[in-house]
Design a protein around this ligand. Structure first.
Ligand code: SF4
Length: 415
């Protein structure tokens, strides 16, 4: 490993600030001298991940909090960062938004009230090891506990990386049998860990078995591999995936800087294979909890042919409070996007209800009043409008009874 200062990244832009919306390549960065064929090989990237305190200290000056964090990572959620993703870290900025996502801090060992090992109650809805069946018509199939790099806020850190509290013991044959029997399941989400860490053959074997089950209409893959390890998105992988349509994919990007030239091209290969792409971000303190960052991210995602799908409020995972932003901030961000940028760029902000309640959408309130006769709305500029309800519409029940006229006047005056 080269431990000298990273070489300058390639960019098409003359303004390479942190919020630059240009696509940049961080390569070769700290790994100058590595053959291009090795760099572009996903197995080389995995083999050369940064996984130890010694490696980290040879590349960056760590803060005391990070040094302490690495010491506890081995019993909680392993440390691993691909060279590709590591190169995005700003060397002299301990608050770098990329660094906050993947380098442990000692705050991870603090457990706040309400934090849990299984914050969204997956284990309670696991009829077969490795299969979560929480919603009526869809299931979550946990293929593996391994990822290309590990996110310090991972909801499944109790099993992911193999060093936490639990072991993932997915029983593939039992899962196929369960799915055959449960004809109400029409949608299977493959996740983990990261399904795209499997070899093409192994993944194809799973997709084939799922496709043999007639009532399964739709398969999705949840993955952060295109971001952590874009080299994995080979033409061969795309050609294989293409055989199993309808196949959709949810990727996970939190900051515009993660959308490098390599990532944009990898996402382009997936889109060319006909795979609809959506993005799920997690709202993280000091990473993306501000409107300019989120706006740059969602607009850049559209240029990568990815539809911003969800922004998640951080699940109440043990040791994550230093990364938690407020729900109010999430609502404020949506408010600042809706109407102010392309509708396709506006994701849904959700809270995965603690204990297994499922995803609950959280929105700014645009309805000021609603009764049998009308709905009073405000638009993105705060201007107030009235829309009449049809008088002859059957079952025309409204959400709330009409308030006294003077109360409505007060509401309208507020805007
Ligand atoms: S990629 Fe997903 S599963 Fe893996 S550590 Fe990150 S959040 Fe967890």
């Amino acid at each position: 490993m080269n431990t000298t200062a990273p070489s300058e990244p390639r960019t098409a832009s003359s303004s390479p600030g942190i919020l630059s919306t240009e696509f940049r390549s961080p390569a070769p960065g700290y790994w100058a001298g590595v053959a291009e064929s090795d760099w572009n090989n996903w197995r080389w990237q995995l083999k050369h991940r940064v996984t130890t305190l010694e490696q980290l200290e040879s590349l960056l000056e760590l803060t005391p909090s990070e040094r302490g964090g690495v010491a506890v990572a081995g019993t909680k959620l392993a440390l691993a960062i691909t060279p590709h993703f590591f190169n995005l870290i700003e060397r002299d900025n301990p608050d770098c938004p990329i660094r906050r996502q993947v380098i442990p801090r000692w705050e991870e060992s603090l457990v706040s009230p309400f934090e849990m090992s299984d914050p969204v109650g997956e284990d309670e809805h696991m009829p077969v090891p490795g299969l979560v069946h929480r919603y009526p018509d869809r299931v979550l199939f946990l293929l593996t506990d391994r990822c290309a790099s590990y996110c310090r806020y991972c909801t499944r850190s109790r099993v992911v990386s193999g060093v936490g509290e639990q072991e993932l013991r997915t029983n593939f044959e039992e899962i196929y049998a369960y799915l055959k029997e449960h004809t109400e399941v029409r949608d299977v989400l493959l996740s983990g860990g990261d399904p795209l860490l499997f070899s093409d053959d192994k993944l194809e074997g799973i997709l084939k078995r799922l496709r043999e089950i007639e009532h399964i209409e739709f398969v999705r893959i949840g993955t952060r591999v295109p971001i952590f390890l874009p080299q994995r998105i080979t033409p061969e992988l795309c050609a294989m995936l293409k055989k199993y349509h309808p196949l959709w994919m949810s990727v996970h990007v939190n900051h515009p800087k993660e959308l490098t030239i390599e990532v944009r091209d990898a996402l382009g290969r997936l889109a060319d294979a006909g795979i609809p792409l959506g993005n799920q971000s997690v709202l993280l303190r000091g990473v993306n909890d501000d409107l300019p960052t989120m706006k740059a991210l969602v607009q850049k995602l559209l240029r990568c042919r990815v539809r911003p799908y969800y922004i998640y409020q951080l699940d109440l995972i043990k040791g994550s409070s230093h990364l938690q932003a407020s729900v109010r901030k999430g609502v404020e961000i949506i408010e600042g996007l809706r109407g102010h940028t392309t509708g396709y760029a506006v994701p849904q902000f959700v809270i995965d209800a603690p204990g297994g309640g499922g995803k609950v959408p959280v929105n700014p309130n645009y309805i000021l009043h609603h009764d049998r006769e009308r709905v009073v709305l405000r638009n993105y500029e705060g201007r107030v409008f009235e829309y009449p309800e049809p008088k002859d519409y059957p079952n025309g029940k409204t959400a709330s009874p009409a308030p006294p006229a003077e109360a409505l006047t007060d509401v309208i005056r507020d805007y």
